[in-house]
Design a protein around this ligand. Structure first.
Ligand code: BGC
Length: 576
């Protein structure tokens, strides 16, 4: 289990690191630090615990880890409420632990992306303490303050994602302040140049430390409309649950003015210019918008002056992942900006785990990593996804997430996808914590049978499918950074082509290739017609014992092929 990735050398030879930046078509593994590995027995995961498990992460063959926030925080939103951006929260360890983690990750060939939450701070941040103290001190306008309407109500109709008005009254300044999330997460005022400078300074601090990039939390929430105009209502047929559950009235508004303002582009350009002063770093911006997410992603990633890539919500919804829907998503993205660069995820720390969310059979769960690795874009996996963990059922009494407490029981919050990682099957804490009597969220006892140790020992386990799919992408330049075209549906089957050109640069060579990919995203058998070409199968899910592992030369090129429920197949054109 603890071997170094066998794929990194292959990848260097095949695509050449000098030709394709690591983040483009790379594979990122998201770690939620509270729930990955507890090294000191307090029942909460920590940085030293992550370091202990990095060999496992490298063995998956991924390029990078994204670690959710571990900075000093009162933990009202479990680290997404930062009170000191330059300090490690003692729960997670100290700076020496982070430096050790960075060194270990780099020794294993893994990049490290940290999660910068710049849109808001904690109300415990000294900047906020100063800002709320007086209307005329140097930080008075670092947050978004506004007077009450004459009748005492908030300045406009903006809503908080976590429930209620986005405005909180502050008796010190006798004004309201804006918060898009909890009232203890006041929004920074990006219209104030000193705020931008301070945030760029702290980004520089971490770049100097040697991190390889940033996952930038809620990047389209940085700016609000300076005129504080009311948001219009969103038509009923346009409401969807991509950002917030349907029981949340946040979905009733079109957030025209509370976020995604044009001024943001100039700030993103400043951030990119800073990042570009350092070698091989990457910015991944999280774009949350139920209506215009893909268009915003297009704006933010086109050209090479803004974000390297944006993290999308399109495949994080409970809406079924059909061939039709995937086609629509890519068409919209293409229309927004042909060179937009997405980062796709099927799961993360904010949404129910996809096996439960989509009610997937084991065959369907096996098809998804292959799909993810074939789609154009960077791929992001969330800890435990490679084990096929279902959503944990957390009792109300054990809930931690304030969002879940607010909307319970119609929406149970985000704890069900945040329970501890299961490493072993034979201890109640699943190897997450050796000695804690109680872990911060309960270890789901139903997860124990799916632990890393038990799947390592079973060659047919999902974990090995993930490794094979990741290896498939790494071994095929067309899947890493090739063009994607002719995406269409053939009944329930999604088909598309990927093509990489021959490249020669700086002594590196990358050979061109053309692939045809077909995914039957349904419970029924269906047939797929191949386009002209000399096709030879390079991977597919024919044999249940050895999914995704069909040797290249053994299958003849058919003109049409049958794919069973949730089966996929990938062909290479040998006429190239
Ligand atoms: C993070 C959430 C967090 C929110 C506020 C998000 O998009 O992923 O976990 O609660 O930002 O920071």
């Amino acid at each position: 289990m603890n071997q170094h990735s066998p794929f990194s050398q292959d990848r260097k030879q095949l695509i050449g690191e000098s030709l394709t930046p690591w983040w483009r078509g790379g594979i990122i593994y998201q770690i939620y630090p509270r729930s990955f590995q507890d090294s000191n027995g307090d029942g909460i995961g920590d940085l030293a615990g992550i370091s202990q498990r990095l060999d496992y992460v490298a063995s998956l063959g991924v390029d990078a880890v994204w670690i959710s926030p571990f900075f000093k925080s009162p933990m009202n939103d479990f680290g997404y409420d930062v009170s000191d951006y330059r300090a490690i929260d003692p729960l997670f360890g100290d700076m020496a632990d982070f430096e050790a983690l960075l060194e270990r990750a780099h020794a294993l060939g893994l990049k490290v992306m940290i999660d910068l939450v710049l849109s808001h701070t904690s109300d415990q941040h000294p900047w906020f303490a100063e800002s709320r103290a007086k209307r005329d001190n140097p930080r008075a306008d670092w947050y978004v303050w506004a007077d009450a309407k004459p009748d005492g109500t908030p300045p406009n109709n903006w809503l908080s994602i976590f429930g209620g008005s986005a405005w909180q009254w502050d008796s010190r300044r006798q004004q309201y302040y804006l918060h898009n999330f909890l009232a203890s997460q006041p929004d920074l005022n990006f219209h104030c140049p000193a705020v931008q400078d301070a945030l760029l300074d702290l980004a520089r601090f971490w770049l100097e430390k040697g991190v390889d990039g940033f996952r930038l939390d809620t990047i389209n929430f940085y700016f609000h409309d300076a005129k504080l105009r009311d948001n219009p209502a969103l038509a009923l047929d346009q409401r969807n649950a991509s950002i917030a559950p349907m029981v949340n009235p946040y979905n009733h508004q079109d957030h025209l003015y509370s976020k995604s303002q044009p001024e943001n582009l100039a700030f993103l350009e400043r951030l990119r210019a800073l990042t570009d002063q350092y070698d091989a770093r990457a910015c991944l911006g999280e774009v949350g918008d139920a209506k215009r997410g893909l268009e915003i992603m297009g704006d933010y990633t086109q050209g090479d002056k803004r974000m390297h890539m944006c993290y999308a919500f399109e495949f994080l919804e409970s809406r079924p992942l059909t061939a039709d829907y995937i086609c629509q998503v890519f068409q919209r993205l293409e229309a927004a900006a042909g060179d937009a660069w997405p980062c796709w995820a099927f799961s993360n720390h904010d949404v129910p785990r996809f096996v439960s969310r989509w009610g997937l059979s084991p065959e369907a769960a096996r098809c998804l990593p292959a799909l993810m690795m074939c789609l154009r874009g960077t791929a992001c996996l969330y800890q435990g996804e490679e084990l096929g963990l279902p959503e944990a059922d957390v009792a109300f009494e054990r809930l931690q997430d304030p969002y879940g407490v607010e909307f319970w029981p119609e929406f149970k919050g985000r704890d069900g996808c945040r329970t501890p990682m299961v490493w072993q099957s034979d201890t109640p804490n699943g190897g997450f914590s050796e000695t804690a009597d109680q872990t911060w969220l309960p270890v789901d006892q139903g997860h124990l049978g799916l632990s890393v140790a038990s799947q390592e020992a079973d060659p047919t386990a999902l974990l090995h499918s993930y490794r094979r799919c990741i290896a498939l992408r790494r071994a095929n330049p067309a899947l890493v950074n090739g063009a994607q075209f002719d995406m269409q549906t053939q009944g329930p089957i999604l088909v598309f082509q990927r093509q990489a050109e021959d490249q020669h640069k700086g002594g590196g060579t990358s050979k061109g290739q053309r692939l045809f990919c077909a995914f039957n995203l349904s419970d029924n058998r269906a047939s797929v017609a191949l386009p002209p070409g000399q096709w030879q199968v390079i991977a597919g899910s024919y044999a249940p014992q050895s999914p995704e592992a069909i040797p290249t030369s053994q299958l003849e090129a058919p003109l049409a092929e049958h794919l069973g429920a949730w089966q996929f197949m990938i062909w290479q054109d040998h006429s190239l």
